[in-house]
Design a protein around this ligand. Structure first.
Ligand code: 13P
Length: 257
């Protein structure tokens, strides 16, 4: 059983002034060994945040599929590793929507991250229209089927798969809206994701963590994190201050005891 994994996604927020929040999170996380805590700041803060922290992992919110080359404005997975990142979020719904990222591209990015020695968090989630049409599980299953690492990259990971790969279920309608999926909906979706992971990966598929994301906050974290098959949380807005993020980390400790 892995520790709960609480990941802050700062999205396009943060300046050097926010390193103070990261330091406060890091100091607290150093005393909370029962929870794995991480922050994915914007690219501009990865190095500084890495240098400012000892207990938390630092990650990125995206990477290019290639290791280097003529791709103006893009950042590769080996460059992220060089900057001090240890994981990458790929396939976030905001990337899928704003940049037209397909499942195949998300898979290629996950492969690039894993091949660079980084962890990958693969995000999936349905829109409100898809949920209301009763298609949420089918949509998520199709996204997973097209986005999860496979082939040689998967084979090369072997037993390390559960430490290097996580899935985040983030219903699009719950992101930044204050609307949270019910514990029953999260439990049902996570069970479906787990079954698909085991079908795809066998035994390691039963161990990798499935995170929930979408308006997680101090008030709802304990209930969500204690739901079956919820291995952690991917937190947006509430990860921007040490106070609100650490309340979620603390809720994960309670759940774990
Ligand atoms: P919020 O926590 O702001 O809803 O964002 C969730 C998210 O998208 C994390 O990746």
């Amino acid at each position: 059983m892995q520790r709960p994994y609480i990941v802050g996604n700062w999205k396009m927020n943060g300046s050097r002034a926010m390193l103070a929040e990261a330091r406060a999170i890091d100091r607290a996380a150093a005393r909370i060994a029962a929870v794995e805590v991480a922050i994915a700041p914007p690219f501009t803060l990865i190095s500084a945040l890495g240098e400012a922290s000892t207990a938390i992992a630092v990650g990125a919110q995206d990477c290019h599929v290639a290791a280097s080359g003529a791709h103006t404005g893009d950042i590769s997975a080996p460059m992220l590793a060089d900057a001090g990142a240890s994981f990458v979020i790929v396939g976030h719904s905001e990337r899928r929507a704003d940049h037209g990222e397909s499942d195949a591209l998300v898979r290629a990015k996950a492969h690039a991250a894993l091949e660079a020695g980084l962890g990958a968090i693969v995000c999936v989630g349905e829109t409100l229209a898809e949920r209301e049409a009763g298609r949420a599980e089918d949509v998520v299953a199709a996204q997973l089927g097209g986005s999860l690492p496979n082939g040689e990259t998967f084979a090369a990971l072997g037993e390390r798969l559960p430490e290097r790969l996580a899935v985040a279920y983030e219903p699009v309608w719950a992101i930044g809206t204050g609307k949270v999926a019910t514990v029953a909906d999260v439990t049902a979706m996570h069970a479906a994701i787990r079954a698909q992971l085991i079908a795809a990966y066998g035994e390691p598929g039963s161990e990798l963590r499935i995170l929930y994301g979408g308006s997680v906050n101090a008030g709802n974290a304990a209930a969500l994190l204690s739901a079956h098959e919820v291995g952690g949380a991917l937190v947006g807005g509430a990860s921007l201050t040490a106070e609100s993020f650490l309340a979620i980390v603390s809720a994960a400790v309670r759940d774990n005891e």
